[in-house]
Design a protein around this ligand. Sequence first.
Ligand code: 26Q
Length: 831
Amino acid sequence: MTDVVQNPDTAPTERSRTGLSADALRRGIIDHLRYSIGRPSAALKPEHFYRATALAVRDRMQDNRVASTQTSLDLGKKVTCYLSAEFLMGPQLGANLLNLGIEEATRTALADIGLDLDEVLACEEEPGLGNGGLGRLAACYLDSLATLERPAIGYGIRYEFGIFDQEIHDGWQVEKTDNWLANGNPWEIAKPDVNYLVKWGGYAEHYLDDAGHDRIRWVPGRALKGVAYDTPIQGYGVNTCNVLTLWSARAVQSFALEAFNTGDYYKAVEDEVTSETVTKVLYPNDELEAGKHLRLLQQYFFVSCSLQHVLHIVDDLADLSVKDLPERFALQLNDTHPSIGVAELMRLLVDERQIDWDEAWDITVATFGYTNHTLLPEALEKWPLAMFAESLPRHLEIIYEINRRFLDEVSAKFPGDDDRLRRMSIIGEGNGKSVRMAHLATVGSHAINGVAALHSELLKSSVLKDFYEMWPERFSNKTNGVTPRRFLAMSNPGLRELLDDTIGDGWLRDLGKLRGLEAFADEPAFRIQWREVKRTNKARLAEYVKSTAGVELNPDWLFDIQVKRIHEYKRQHLNVLNIITQYHRLKQNPGSSQITPRAFVFGGKAAPGYFLAKRIIKLINAVGETINNDPDVNRFLKVAFVPNFNVQNAHLIYPAADLSEQISTAGKEASGTGNMKFMLNGALTIGTLDGANVEMREEAGAENFFLFGLTEDEVERVKRDGYRPSDYVDGNGELAAVLDLIAGGAFSHGDTEVFRPLVDNLRFDDPFLVLADYASYIECQDRISAAWQDTAAWTRMSILNTARSGKFSSDRAIEEYCDDIWNVGPVTVTV
Ligand code: 26Q
């Protein structure tokens, strides 16, 4: 007979490194406090408890991590490599607890030693290694790849300083360096033995090889070393744990040694200092090509390390040769930032492995895919030829050869069309020659995609039109998505619980299941619960806004939110024009109590050198100061600018919105992903027919979406016909009055200079048609104010928005990439 009553002294307990119970976690945390932190109890601070907890959680992913790589190698499965200059990961502890299924156990473990999980979570310094949408998309895609059990490696740059911290001083943005590594990073594991030499500079020379063939040899001038830092990427509810490998630049010892031997010790140290600047800081100019030498080096550096790593894996596997590369690895280019990879892979194959050009080219094209994220001409990467030649002379030769063969192909298909050759060339003429990275990425990839249906169509009809005509079969759309784990389950615990109770928890892995909510949209009792969740979230945000922006918001008001990078095309200033219009109406008609009370919340960083964007931030704060302190209006309107919008505070912001502002000029926002995060959390959208808004409206139903503004076709037509913003001012007294208020110093203590550049820009240029869309926007906002009065109807629309947001899961997006572009299937990992 088996003894079911075990002796407590000999009962097997879970190991403190791997056990998932509260008891094992508690022992794991205490163990790390003692052996990894190593301080006496009295000296332990909150960040030490965070660090010990993070290390204990990291331990619990290690077996999965090792087994995941082992399984895909053993089974010969294809691996996706996502090459991205940015990964905006956000805080890791909460996400890992959720994906491992140990949130409650960890809460209990910490409570047992007198700690509160929420306080521990708040200690994490987030890795802000990205500017905005593109970097956050990469992070959502890593979460989905792991959750869908697809073997994957994210490759990027370990910036020592991520996106700057934004402070607001006197209404102006002030940038502070982001020292995210100051207290160490418990999630990464340094792999000093995984390192590669990256050479640059020097010159390329011709020589005759042993067989008498003319070959080209690169004699580089300088070198540095890339060292791998690995972060585990745990899937939700599965054993799959992929990896994010970020490269950090180091000086090459042997180079330094030479200087040391000749007695130039200081020169050696200096070299070290300059080498390490390559991964020092993230460039904060999104959507504006900067053309900086160091940026090109950053791109080449991380791509070269990543490709060398991939080829190293191939070499290590007995049954593989580089010819199998397309069968075993998919290399995805997240925009053009890593597109030097096309030339680098050719160099590694042709120069370093003596593969014949044609075969190397077939391998390259079959392996690379390219995702475009922008149509804005000023954002398309172009490197001045002279700069390129100085840094990467051999790569330039390779690009010339790629271009020569490519243009031969174009000529064969379109004989005599010289204009087409000039348009398609990888080398751009005019205004000084340059290397056009979007052309290089397109020519070097078998699959090219845009990030929303409209954007993918515009790609084919505008910037990549000629390429589409050449290879129509290479083009497709992959509408962006966001991870429901982080952007619903983790950040909106109230809604998570309500969903679980109402439709079960299947939505976490299959977001389409949210459709089950539609059946409850008309139930009064459910609507009350829905509103309670939203109100709690609004109270939570109000508290945060009070403590960071000093503005008090009433959770019963309509929360109208626009958070995203500050950019003219995103039109935060159009939002401000509405606020001033409402202000003006109240001032004109002080007795009015008809107005719907609204809290306008903004957040977002401006590129430090973007003059107008910085003035838009100042304007928001100036208007806020005036309105918030005016007793005539502050009973109906409040304006708050949340400083330092990042992933951490985004967790508080999206769940608290009633209304999401997605008001870009049609045709300019490639997709948007914040729009999806708001919809998922039950906000209604006021938006143009731009980016993914088009598909969100299709899913939600036109009656549950507030549409305004010109369409992309109309925008183009208005511009073609000679847009005159002054016509719109002359034809609209309210608009004229609003612009006069700003220009006349109503929000700047009489100062008529500070906002002049903004107002003049709108009156005389207005490149993003703010004034053309003004009347339509105001009319739409008035409809929204009226709709808010019918609480039941509003709640119904809110429920239906969440219910119909399933398409916008990054799981759906990643499945499409896996099926149509990467050809990678799931791999079950057993531990
Ligand atoms: C380029 C050269 C030099 C320095 C910086 C840059 C740079 C850096 C970041 C250029 C662009 C970016 C980021 C672009 C970005 O975030 N684009 C957004 O991508 C999202 C994901 O697809 C879309 O949803 C947004 O519509 C798009 O604006």
